[in-house]
Each structure stands twice: as structure tokens, then as C-alpha cells.
Design a protein around this ligand. Structure first.
Ligand code: SIN
Length: 293
């Protein structure tokens, strides 16, 4: 009698971002918030020039932990930009105007008059760009009494937890990422043309060489090689899969906290649960490169 092979439906175990022995850090203190994503950095004063050895260790901490958090850093706009420039050039956000005299800095602000807040659904920043940002750095100076957390999700962990069958299915697929529906709905300026580009559904991170899922519910409109129906179903499955809290870290802000996320391997979502209170700060966007399979 032949036996029918039974496939386990359990997801593959997820490899933590910080698994394996690593060298100790010498110029900063790095405390993981979860094993897969997020670390709090201390022992550094970002109101002072950042030394070369610290820059190297900050780059390493970002590569290992995907999003790094700092506390009590009352940085100026210049110091904010200097932190970003230690990693990459800064870019102008095509959908959010810069603040006065600082075109590279965007205000993130919500109060009792707000009708929406930036980043209320899962996304990676500007995945619609031909060269999506490598990262973003957000500092909040004013935070609500409670609430207003930001959630970050590891797209390495999401990819690694897929079945081998699904990984094979996604191999070589590309998806369209379009900002027009996002910003037309927001600003009602249907004349402006915002970026639209195709990228691999699974990318290889240029620094770590790890594979990450690269579709998100804000910008990704379709998987090009599939019928509309199949594309919708696969994207819906992937978004549900990425919503698994095992892939997430949740950041509780305090005044002058900073979050610096690697946009190539994370999604994030800003929770607007503090209306009508004020939450306010500044964000910069760091130039990235064209994603590759
Ligand atoms: C964003 O960049 O999407 C906003 C994040 C936040 O306000 O926490």
C-alpha cells in the first residue's frame, strides 16, 4: 500500500536576527528588544559629532537588528541630518513637503485637527521609488501621555517563515509599487504624477545578503506575472502572514526618542490611538539602491 505524503503546515522556524555569536560592541551599548528585530542603543550622545568607530558600530547594529532606538537625544536639524549622512545621502520625499529652510526634513505631526496621520497602515517608505530609501530616521520631541507607538516588522523573519513551496513560487516574481493612489487620495491633486516602479517580490539585502519579502499593502498594487485575481489573493496572503506578531517589535516613544529603521527589510505602522493629543517630530529619508533578486 502506498502512503500519501503529509506536508506539515507549520511554518519554518524563524532565525533570530541576533542568532549566533557576535563580537562585543566597543563604542556603543546595544540591547536587543526582541531576538528578531529592534535594539536600543545607548552610550552615545548624538548632539556631539559621531566618531568613525561609532559610525561603524551603528551600521553594524542596524544590519543586525533592523531598527535601532535611541533615548534622550535632543538633536538639532543639523545633527539629525549628520546622523543620516553617516549612512547615506539624504533624499527629498516626493509626497511630503520638507519644513521651512530644510527641504530634506519632513514634519511628522498629529493633533486635534488632524484628519489622518502618516504611516497608519503597514508599509516600507517609498517602495514606489526606482531606488527605495535604505532607511528613515524619526525623532519625536512631543509625545502623547500614552499610546502613539510605532510597530516594526522584520521582512527577513516573514520570508524565512514561509514554506519552501511558497518561497519557490515567489522566486523571480516582480511587483508594481505605485504612490499615485496614496497621495492622490491624500492631497486630491490628481494632476501630480508620483513614482511608480517594479521591484522583485523577494529581494536580497545589499548589506547582509539575507532574503526579505518586499511587498507592502500601502504601495504594492499587483504582482506582474500573475492574473489580477491570483495577484490579489497572493498579496492578501502575504500581508496576513506579515501581520504575525512574532515578526514584530513595538516601540514606546518618549520625548527625544529616535527610531532609525532599515527600510529594505522592515515594514512599519504608526498607531493613531491618542487623538486628540499631540504627537510631533521630524523625519529624514536616506537614499537607497535599486532592489535586486
Ligand atoms: C512613518 O514614517 O510612517 C511614520 C512613523 C511614525 O510616525 O511613527
Amino acid at each position: 500500500m502506498t502512503q500519501t505524503a503529509v506536508q506539515s503546515s507549520a511554518p519554518a522556524p524563524v532565525v533570530p536576527a541576533s542568532a549566533g555569536a557576535t563580537e562585543p560592541y566597543r563604542t556603543i551599548k546595544v540591547e536587543p528588544v526582541t531576538l528578531r528585530i529592534g535594539a536600543e542603543i545607548s552610550g552615545i550622545d548624538l548632539t556631539q559629532p559621531i566618531g568613525e568607530a561609532q559610525k561603524i558600530e551603528l551600521r553594524r547594529a542596524l544590519a543586525e537588528h533592523l531598527v535601532i532606538f535611541f533615548r534622550d537625544q535632543p538633536i538639532s536639524h543639523e545633527q539629525h541630518m549628520a546622523l543620516g549622512q553617516a549612512f547615506s545621502e539624504l533624499i527629498v520625499h516626493p509626497g511630503a513637503p520638507g519644513i521651512e529652510n530644510h527641504p530634506l526634513i519632513v514634519a511628522i505631526h498629529a493633533d486635534a485637527d488632524s484628519k489622518y496621520v502618516a504611516g497608519e497602515s503597514w508599509h516600507s517608505d517609498l517602495s514606489c521609488n526606482a531606488e527605495p530609501p535604505m532607511g528613515s530616521i524619526l525623532r519625536l520631541h512631543t509625545v502623547p501621555e500614552c499610546g502613539g507607538d510605532t510597530l516594526f516588522a522584520s521582512m527577513y523573519a516573514a520570508y524565512e517563515a514561509l514554506s519552501d513551496r511558497m518561497k519557490t513560487y515567489l522566486e523571480g516574481l516582480t511587483a508594481e509599487h505605485d504612490a499615485n493612489h496614496v497621495y492622490h487620495a491624500l492631497y486630491k491633486d490628481y494632476e501630480t504624477v508620483y513614482p511608480r516602479n517594479n521591484h522583485p517580490v523577494v529581494i536580497t539585502h545589499p548589506v547582509t545578503g539575507r532574503k526579505a519579502l518586499f511587498v507592502n499593502s500601502s504601495y504594492t498594487t499587483r504582482i506582474n506575472e500573475l492574473s489580477d485575481e491570483e495577484s490579489r489573493a497572493i498579496l492578501a496572503y502575504l500581508y496576513e502572514h506579515c501581520a504575525n506578531p512574532n515578526f514584530h517589535v513595538r516601540f514606546r516613544w518618549r520625548p527625544n526618542s529616535i527610531a532609525f529603521w532599515d527600510n529594505r527589510c522592515t515594514h512599519h505602522l504608526a498607531v493613531w490611538d491618542y487623538f486628540p493629543q499631540v504627537r510631533s517630530g521630524f523625519r529624514i529619508t536616506l537614499k537607497g539602491e535599486r532592489p535586486v533578486f
